[in-house]
Design a protein around this ligand. Structure first.
Ligand code: GDP
Length: 454
């Protein structure tokens, strides 16, 4: 394989910029551009050591001071010999050094090619490679912890356990089908059903975790709804005052409208402002009100704000009815005033009800907690390993469908062969998830989402 090189730090000026070179020729290429002050050659250095020196252009022009670090195969990120040149982080400097590295024999790395080589060299499986991307794009602590656990192999271990269970069932069935006369214990159908059901539960748990993980990573489209004067703006200000997210562009997506994102505990709320929900004769207002109710219906999450100091009215009831199955928290605001609201009626409509004072901030931790429960992120344990890409979700869904087919085959009294075929389908889907057995097209698809230098 060719020796590749790229700028691995961000395409923006910084204190330090790193050029990564990977491949059999990495040290030789490095020695052609880098001269250490001590006279040591990269080719002679041990892994995990570095030297200070200068980098030069092919014509001998001195480009920059630099620290060169050597990683010896297989103990490097890619599993190959790697040299990292840490230069000053100016874009012009870095491009000039990169050109010198190309002139010295390296070729430009494709997007994600370092991580792809790490995968091909067995340094990590496909799920772990995808976690690299997630670590880089994580916006909150929980998302970061989940990505790190994935990189450490938490998801891979979970998948491996499932796969080995299914393989075990499959092997038993295959032996029975192929050698019915031999001394293999009878297939115990009840046991088989139990094990298939356990597999299905494990897959469903994984799918449930995907939704929660996605909420932590990408946020949730949220509407703060409520009748006029319930305290929506005040609540919004309270949330925005706590922590305002700086970055709203997410990996792989471009958005024309920059949304306001605020963090409610660990959950990024992507907020669309909503006109008050009001029953009115005014035509223009009605359009606004209808739009507000429509938005509540299409939102992924609703904070329904009620005024504790007022009795419930038709606007409040219209809002409660509009929410339906959408995850929601009832926020009974103005807890500092004398209560008039019928709490029991709200309790009937919402699983999560909190009392807050948006003015003083009292009750905010309870609101964070309620949101985490309503959106099921509270149940997530990143260390268990969660699904974090659509590709992984699709593989798990495919495995689940295959197990359901296996169960049906069993129910309909079909041959063990039919059950085995479905089981093998489930195993194949899990193999694809971790990249154990996967087509080049899928691998291409995974890495084309990476940036150059990763
Ligand atoms: P919106 O129309 O739903 O956006 O309501 P606002 O946020 O504008 O609040 C309406 C009024 O209620 C304002 O005068 C707020 O100061 C007041 N308000 C909001 N939250 C509270 C609260 O927790 N306690 C009290 N006493 N007043 C509040």
């Amino acid at each position: 394989m060719k020796t590749i090189a790229a700028i691995s730090t961000a395409a923006a000026p910084g204190g330090i910029g790193v050029i990564r070179i990977s491949g059999d020729e990495a040290r030789a290429v490095g020695d052609r551009v880098f001269k250490s002050f001590s006279g040591a050659k990269l080719c002679d250095m041990a892994g995990y050591t570095c030297r200070f020196g200068h980098v030069y252009a092919p014509d001998g022009e001195r480009l920059d001071e630099c620290v060169a670090t050597v990683f010896a195969a297989p103990h490097s990120f890619t599993g190959e010999d790697v040299v990292e040149l840490s230069c000053h982080g100016g874009l012009f400097v870095l491009k000039a050094v990169l050109q010198a590295v190309f002139a010295a024999g390296a070729v430009s790395a494709a997007p994600g090619e370092f991580t792809r080589r790490a995968f091909l060299n067995g340094k990590m499986d496909l799920a772990q490679a995808e976690a690299v991307m997630q670590i880089i794009s994580a916006q909150g602590r929980e998302a970061m912890k989940a990505a790190q656990a994935g990189h450490d192999g938490a998801l891979s271990r979970r998948i491996e356990k499932l796969r080995s269970d299914l393989t075990d069932i499959g092997a038993h069935l295959a032996a029975w089908a192929d050698y019915p006369d031999d001394d293999i214990p009878q297939v115990d159908e009840t046991m088989l059903k139990t094990r298939l059901a356990a597999g299905k539960t494990a897959l469903k748990d994984l799918l449930a975790g995907f939704d929660g993980g996605r909420i932590l990573r990408e946020g949730v489209v949220t509407v703060i709804a409520g009748r006029p004067n319930a305290g929506k703006s005040t609540l919004m200000n309270l949330l925005a005052g706590c922590e305002r997210s700086i970055v709203t562009d997410l990996a792989g997506t471009t958005r024309d409208v920059v949304e306001e994102t605020v963090l409610l505990g660990e959950i990024p709320l992507r907020l669309a402002d909503t006109a008050g929900i009001r029953d009115t004769e005014d035509r223009v207002e009605q359009i606004g009100v209808r739009m507000a109710l429509d938005r509540v219906k299409t939102a992924q999450f609703v904070l329904a704000v009620f005024d504790a100091s007022e009795e419930l009215n038709d606007d409040d009831r219209a809002l409660m009815d509009a929410i339906g199955d959408t995850p929601a928290v009832a926020v009974i605001n103005k807890s500092d005033l004398a209560p008039k609201i019928d709490r029991a009626e709200i309790d009937k409509h919402f699983k999560e009800v909190v009392t807050v004072s948006a003015i003083s901030g009292e009750g905010l931790p309870a609101l964070q907690n309620a949101a985490a429960h309503a959106l099921k992120t509270a149940e997530l344990n990143p260390n268990d390993g969660i699904l974090y890409t659509e590709r992984q979700r699709a593989d798990v869904q495919e495995a689940l469908t295959a197990l359901e087919e296996a169960e049906n085959a069993l129910l309909m009294g079909m041959t063990w062969d039919a059950v085995t075929v479905s089981l093998e389908g489930a195993i194949a889907a899990l193999n694809e998830l971790t990249g154990e057995r996967v087509s080049d097209a899928v691998v291409d698809q995974v890495f084309e989402k990476f940036c150059v230098g990763k």
